[in-house]
Design a protein around this ligand. Structure first.
Ligand SMILES: Cc1cc2nc3c(=O)[nH]c(=O)nc-3n(C[C@H](O)[C@H](O)[C@H](O)COP(=O)(O)OP(=O)(O)OC[C@H]3O[C@@H](n4cnc5c(N)ncnc54)[C@H](O)[C@@H]3O)c2cc1C
Length: 464
């Protein structure tokens, strides 16, 4: 007999809901033959697009070429939850963990980044369904209430407009029998349609004169003194400066992967909610929501009132681009079950779409920079699942470092140092598999899982 998760996944499309649109732009022509540029950007996700736009805004005469191996936003950028936050360091709590002495400066940089993010969206008339609904962290058990209380205190200390909700107050916002409390951060955060944002940024970059080539994978880089020659499948680009915006794919130099691991995170969207289903959950204020489970779940409403529910990690050794194993119902069963545990009143609803996307995991859980070829190439990435708006900041600081600019932010520790080393394959795959099992049972079962997660904590990952 089929269980409720199997039934809900019976007619699902295994492709990102965000990218499944008739108005997706046709791909730009691949690069054929040899060309030159002042700046080459490799990777057409948010980081690459923001780098291209900001380079042109700074110097309209700069000849910028962007190459993307697949299509714009087919990496992480067309696949996220689309919850937009002000922090450029994966949240205030994570910033405090990694750079406590720079906390106020990083906060200010986050606010400045969010102002630039909205300015560009307005200037270029990008309709990305941006909704400033705020974000909530919800406690999924009584034991987790102190976590949100602590988060509330930290946010208040740093001047955020936040509200602490008890169980009844939380359920009045979003009705789940699991929710025992929440912190609701009301300003400068919300939800966006990520693919429409990426396609709008693509259009803006082209309008600014960026030469864009899709379906043009970089195959290798040759260092020829003052110039880097980047070979693609059908051509090459000669440029004095190259920005590597390959995030979880970590391409451009073999050492990038020593600090960056690709894991995949999975997401489901339901069919659009009907009036009765909407009444059963509330969610009138449409916040982006994270919960306190050790293997975190996040959720939001889409513009057409589906629930997007994400957060089930998978690891595929050697980081395949689009794992076939993830295009069947089986890997989504546990996530669907978590959905129905959270919203039992929606039993019977079906999932329209299911997909996974690549997360660039680092021990910092936030953007960092790696410099190669005598400083002629910079990698900017490693957002660890928190990069929709932070990617603009990563691109800006990456460009400044590539140009050798001495700015207050390029001197700060986050820009001048790298995250911890991560073991290579096959140890990485084995460690990842054990960690996934540990994360799964940590809340309910504990046992060997807690010491294992504490050991991951010693490597630098905030899992314990
Ligand atoms: C499931 C999921 C949920 C998420 N949810 C959120 C969220 O709610 N909020 C949030 O802030 N963040 C979220 N994120 C994170 C966010 O999506 C990413 O941090 C952000 O999209 C990173 O953008 P990027 O351009 O650096 O990487 P990507 O979008 O992955 O772009 C990298 C690009 O490089 C290209 N590339 C790789 N190799 C080559 C090569 N050899 N030649 C040419 N091109 C190459 C890839 O094809 C890809 O398009 C989520 C991520 C995932 C996967």
């Amino acid at each position: 007999m089929q269980n409720r998760a199997d039934k809900a996944l019976a007619d699902t499309t295994f492709f990102p809901f965000w990218l499944d649109r008739p108005d997706a732009p046709a791909p730009a022509a691949p690069l054929i033959g040899a060309t030159k540029a002042d700046l080459l950007i490799v990777g057409g996700g948010f980081t690459g697009l923001w780098a291209a736009i900001q380079a042109k805004e700074t110097d309209p005469s700069c000849d910028v070429v962007l190459i993307e191996s697949d299509r714009i936003a087919h990496g992480a950028s067309g696949r996220p939850g689309g919850i937009v936050s002000t922090s450029v360091m994966h949240g205030l709590g994570n910033a405090q963990r990694i750079f406590p002495k720079d906390l106020d400066a990083l906060e200010a940089l986050g606010h400045d980044n969010m102002a630039g993010f909205t300015r560009t969206i307005d200037q270029h008339g990008i309709d990305a369904n941006l909704e400033w609904t705020g974000e909530m962290t919800v406690a999924v058990s009584k034991d987790a209430v102190p976590i949100v209380q602590e988060e509330y205190d930290l946010h208040r200390e740093h001047g955020h407009d936040v509200e602490l909700l008890d169980a009844a107050g939380t359920r009045a916002q979003l009705n789940s029998p699991l929710f025992e409390g929440a912190i609701w951060s009301r300003k400068n955060s919300g939800i966006v349609h990520p693919a429409r944002l990426a396609w709008g940024l693509r259009r803006a970059a082209i309008a600014l004169g960026v030469r864009l080539h899709e379906l043009s994978p970089m195959l290798g880089i040759d260092d020829q003194g003052n110039t880097l020659v980047v070979r693609t499948r059908d051509g090459e680009v000669r440029a004095p400066r190259v920005m590597l915006c390959t995030n979880a794919f970590a391409e451009g130099h073999k050492r990038i992967k020593t600090r960056v691991a690709m894991v995949r995170d999975r997401i489901l969207t339901t069919e659009p909610l009907n009036a009765e289903q909407k009444a059963a959950i509330g969610w009138i204020n449409r916040q982006g929501v994270y919960d306190t489970r050790t293997q975190l779940n996040y959720m939001r409403l889409t513009p057409d009132d589906r629930i997007l529910f994400g957060g089930r990690l998978g690891y595929f050794a050697n980081s395949p681009r689009d794992p076939r194993l993830d295009r069947t119902p089986a890997p989504y069963g546990r996530l669907a079950e978590a959905f129905f545990t959270t919203f039992p009143q929606l039993e019977g609803i079906r999932f329209s779409h299911a997909w996974s996307g690549p997360i660039a995991l680092t021990t910092r859980m936030a953007v960092h920079f790696q410099s190669y070829y005598g400083g002629k190439a910079i990698y900017a990435g490693g957002y660890s699942g928190f990069g929709v708006s932070a990617s603009r900041f990563g691109a800006r600081v990456g460009l400044a470092k590539l140009a050798g600019l001495d700015l207050p932010e390029t001197r700060m520790e986050f820009a001048a140092t790298e995250p911890n080393w991560i073991p290579p394959e096959p140890f990485r795959a084995i460690g990842a598999k054990i960690t996934m099992v540990a994360l799964d049972g940590a809340d309910a079962k504990g046992g060997w899982r807690k010491p294992w997660l504490a050991m991951c904590g010693k490597l630098g990952f905030p899992l314990s």
